[in-house]
Ligand binder design. Structure first.
Ligand code: DGY
Length: 318
């Protein structure tokens, strides 16, 4: 029997696959990331690790597992929590879950975009505080979305799905990407440089993976280039956006609003963001639908089983 450790609760469908394909697995059923020392103890002697984006899988964890470890299967599309180089050096395959969460994440990006444009957070807070005293023609005026310009930074699967949804709003779409993307061209999106995108967009949405190159891709100077009426949305990874600079820009009126699902040091949120009425703050729920989370667990378990059966992983990142 293969020795697989699942670092935290995942949908049952994933556990069932591991049981059926590999004869079983051990699971941390607490739904909390394990402290590093505990994780090191739990992975010792395993051939497979099924982990979540809240687990930092670095060289130390890989060494604690031992040389028999064959696969680290992330239940997420982003894999910045795994030191892929260290895994590759130890002949460990790393896998992720691309594709299955594209639509759920694109939908949530749009939910944030609309919520920010129309000040939903702020107006709901007023109502819940029993401070709404009746309709007023000048109350909670926001921005129109239809016909405006959407700027997509990073035109991978999720960026393209966000762009596709923009056609329903007759938007002009700009995007940045290292190379031209035929799928974006088919959507009549225009590839531009980052400065042009920042200057011309009414809504800027981040869809780059987190790498050393994309960390703080948006900071104070980039926010300064945006329109004062513009909104920024981040459903990618927190560190691509400088949170302190964003809070300062929101307070100063450099930009009009922000919709965030991810943060630089989750679950810690920069305290200044809580003071910004014009920020919509969600707890990293981009892929949080029943069917998507099931598909992610299914894919991660299938990847793990494939490698342990000596087959090629379906979704290797290394
Ligand atoms: C991912 O898979 O990378 C997402 O952030 C999870 O919601």
């Amino acid at each position: 029997m293969e020795r697989v450790f699942v670092t935290r609760v995942i949908p049952q469908i994933g556990i069932d696959i591991l049981k059926r394909e590999l004869g079983g697995c051990d699971v941390n059923t607490s739904d909390k990331p394990l402290p590093k020392d505990e994780l090191k103890a739990q992975v010792k002697g395993r051939t497979g690790i099924v982990c979540l984006l809240t687990d930092m899988i670095d060289g130390e964890i890989l060494d604690a597992a031992g040389p028999q470890l064959k696969v680290v299967s992330n239940v997420a599309v982003g894999y910045n929590n795994i030191d892929v180089k260290a895994a590759t050096a130890r002949n460990v395959t790393v896998t992720n879950t691309p594709g299955v969460l594209t639509d759920a994440t694109a939908d949530l990006t749009w939910a944030l975009l609309m919520a920010s444009a129309r000040r939903l957070g702020e107006s709901e807070r007023v109502l819940r505080a029993h401070a709404w005293h009746g309709w007023g023609i000048l109350q909670f005026l926001g921005q129109e979305v239809g016909g405006r310009t959407l700027g997509i930074i990073g035109a991978g699967r999720i960026g393209a799905a966000v762009a596709r949804r923009a056609s329903g709003f007759d938007m002009r779409v700009l995007y940045t990407s290292r190379s031209p993307k035929p799928e974006m061209d088919e959507l009549n999106a225009t590839r531009v440089d980052l400065d042009t995108l920042l200057k011309e967009s009414d809504f800027v949405s981040l869809h780059v993976p987190l790498t050393p190159e994309t960390k703080h891709i948006i900071g104070a100077s980039e926010l300064q280039k945006m329109k004062s009426t513009a909104h920024i949305i981040n459903t990618a990874r927190g560190p691509v956006l400088d949170e302190a600079a964003l809070a300062a820009a929101l307070k100063a009126g450099t930009i009009a609003g922000a919709g965030l699902d991810v943060y630089e040091a989750e679950p810690t949120i920069h305290p200044a963001l809580f003071e910004c009425e014009n920020a919509i703050l969600l707890p990293h729920i981009g892929s949080a639908t029943h069917s998507t989370r099931n598909k992610m667990a299914e894919m991660a378990a299938t990847n793990c089983a494939a490698v342990l059966h000596g087959k090629a992983a379906l979704n290797p990142v290394s």
